[in-house]
Design a protein around this ligand. Structure first.
Ligand code: F6R
Length: 264
């Protein structure tokens, strides 16, 4: 794991956006894995700005989102499909036919999960996967106790996740308790993963992910097994890490090395 600790949420978003921009510049046909929630919004705004400025293009890109509420069609304002259109797809030069979100209105969700996996495989696999992390350590909607090799499937949300996401739903609005999510095994197959976390309320989950044991109780700890996982966090989210100074030292050395390599 590469642990990058930055001052604040804005710097985290900028750092993450630069990783995605570099990916698109190096491989315009990239397959991107995308996430919803509050954390990636600022990164998406940066990508929109870079696209508008002509620095990057999404015209040959394919995207796969991590998850969707089961029971919400894509035109529902709380669906993740709707979120992605609003926060990113409608503002960039992407062909929406190449954007995939698990179908929350699938007649047969079990078949739909298998089809989603097959589609990812047919696209050549995910090149770079964006992740957030839940306060309980979930990635996608892989809640604690999820199998570390799990595939795209229907998952029941924990009360903690339902409560955390209640802020997006009006008081009397139906809030799903089920989801379709890529599995942890699916996520681990992405060639690169970039997880963003900001704020003190993520500090326990970040600690468990980085310094805790590999365990189903913290699904994000499975990223310890990934060969190219970049964890980009602000100081508040990093505040419970025991080896904080070591990670900062490694990253400073890393930056020096990158600067040296750039002069070759
Ligand atoms: C959403 C997703 C979730 C969120 C997580 C953090 O697609 O994959 O795992 O990343 O719940 O959400 P925020 O960013 O709202 O704190």
């Amino acid at each position: 794991m590469q642990i990058v600790i930055l001052n604040d949420a804005a710097t985290v978003a900028a750092y993450g956006a630069n990783i995605f921009a570099t990916q698109l510049q190096n491989k315009p046909t990239s397959v991107l894995g995308l996430a919803t929630g509050s954390t990636p919004v600022a990164l998406y705004q940066q990508l929109i700005a870079k696209n508008t400025a002509g620095e990057i293009s999404f015209s040959h890109v394919t995207t796969f989102n991590l998850d969707e509420y089961l029971g919400l069609a894509g035109d529902h304002p709380q669906s993740y499909r709707y979120f992605m259109n609003e926060q990113l797809f409608s503002h960039i030069d992407i062909n929406k036919e190449n954007t995939f979100v698990p179908p929350g209105d699938a007649v047969n969700p079990i078949t739909a999960c298998k089809e989603y996996e097959d589609r990812i495989t047919a696209a050549g696999g995910v090149d770079i996967q964006l992740l957030g992390i839940g306060r309980n350590g979930h990635i996608g909607f892989n809640e604690p106790s999820s199998g570390l090799c799990s595939r795209t499937r229907v998952k029941t949300l924990t009360k903690a996740t339902v409560d955390d996401n209640a802020r997006f739903f009006a008081g009397d609005e139906y809030q799903p308790h089920l989801s379709i999510t890529m599995g942890i095994g699916t996520i681990l197959e992405a060639k690169k993963v970039v997880l963003l976390a900001t704020g003190e309320n993520k500090a326990d989950a970040v600690y468990a992910m980085v310094e805790g044991p590999l365990m189903a109780k913290c699904p994000a700890s499975a990223l310890q097994l990934h060969k190219d996982a970049v964890i980009v966090i602000d100081k508040a989210a990093a505040s419970k890490l025991e080896d904080l100074e070591f990670y900062q030292h490694i990253e400073a050395e890393n930056q020096k090395l990158q600067a040296q390599l750039a002069t070759l």
